[in-house]
Design a protein around this ligand. Structure first.
Ligand code: RIB
Ligand code: CA
Length: 309
């Protein structure tokens, strides 16, 4: 089967970086049309630079990187540097990337690429705030025609929040963008904390990853070690959750995920519950959105190890 066209919209970010390494290591599965970045975990300048750094580690200079929105549509900017380190890439040694971002703005790249693409031809993975996609939808509403599926890391139902008691970070960071995207009718698979908290590093998995010698495996191991430290000290939990690699793993192996039809609404008015996702399974009308409820975590790690080897 020929590689499927894929755009990754992200805010690297420790786990976004592991997601990129997984996708970059799978040229037989993905024809990565481009990587777009957005302000989120750290500033838009740093997320763009970090995507270029990971591109260098993965030796994928063939993939263009486009810098995107510098902040949320309406809410005040929040970042998650405390979870990802000042650079956004944990304690990874930072060398300036060998080549810079492309000149076009990420939103223009998304709109122009999707408007020109064949129907249902491009998959989109979003692992950061949904600002770029929301802006592309406003710039060119017909972009949905080209999207085969939109796999989003975001939201929470039974797990509660990770940035506040009731909200997951990507949705919290730009709730208005999330509201636009979830109401758009796009073919969305939402992979929230209910699923990603099932996919955590363990000593055994980290020993297996740590035994690999490739530059991408060594980088992923160091990034996940940092993630483990942060999860233990800030969240009091063991094992770094593989939030952002999950959308990539889903696109590679949807059989590893159990999804259910859902309608997802986003709180945008309340300061207390900003970014809360109301994930409703009692459907009043047909929906194009599915919610990831279960994941085969061993299967996800098997894919990660096999690809980074
Ligand atoms: O809540 C987890 C999400 O927020 C991940 O995408 C992580 O990178 C942060 O952006
Ligand atoms: Ca992210």
């Amino acid at each position: 089967m020929s590689p499927r066209p894929l755009i990754i919209d992200c805010d690297p970010g420790v786990d976004d970086a592991v997601a990129l390494l997984l996708a970059f290591a799978s040229p037989d599965v993905f024809d990565i049309v481009g990587v777009t970045t957005v302000a989120g975990n750290v500033s838009s300048t740093l997320t763009a630079r970090n995507a270029c750094i990971i591109r260098d580690i993965a030796e994928r200079a063939d993939v263009p990187v486009f810098a995107g929105a510098a902040g949320p549509l309406m809410a005040e900017t929040v970042e998650a540097g405390h979870f990802h380190g000042e650079s956004g890439l944990g304690d990874l040694a930072i060398a300036e990337p060998s080549c810079d971002v492309s000149a076009a703005h990420a939103v223009h790249f998304l709109a122009e690429t999707l408007v020109a693409a064949a129907p249902n031809s491009i998959s989109l993975a979003v692992t950061g705030p949904l600002t770029n996609l929301a802006l592309a939808l406003r710039l060119a509403p017909e972009v949905g025609r080209a999207l085969r599926e939109v796999v989003i890391m975001g939201g929470a139902r039974t797990e509660g929040g990770n940035i506040t008691a009731s909200a997951e970070f990507n949705i919290y960071a730009d709730p208005h963008a999330a509201r636009i995207v979830f109401a758009s009718g796009l073919p969305i698979v939402a992979i929230g904390l209910d699923a990603t908290h099932q996919v955590r590093t363990t000593d055994a998995r980290m020993r297996e990853l740590g035994a690999l010698s490739s530059a991408r495996a060594r980088a992923a191991h160091q990034l996940l070690r940092f993630g483990e430290h942060v999860e233990r000290t800030l969240a009091g939990r063991e094992g770094a959750p593989l939030h952002d690699p999950c959308p990539i793993a889903y696109l590679m192996r949807p059989d590893l995920f159990t999804t259910v039809p859902a309608c997802i609404a986003v709180e945008t008015e309340s300061t207390l519950t900003r970014g809360h996702t109301a994930v409703e399974f009692r459907l009043q009308a047909p929906t194009n959105t599915r919610w990831a409820a279960q994941v085969d975590a061993d299967g996800v790690f098997d894919e990660l190890i096999a690809r980074l080897a």
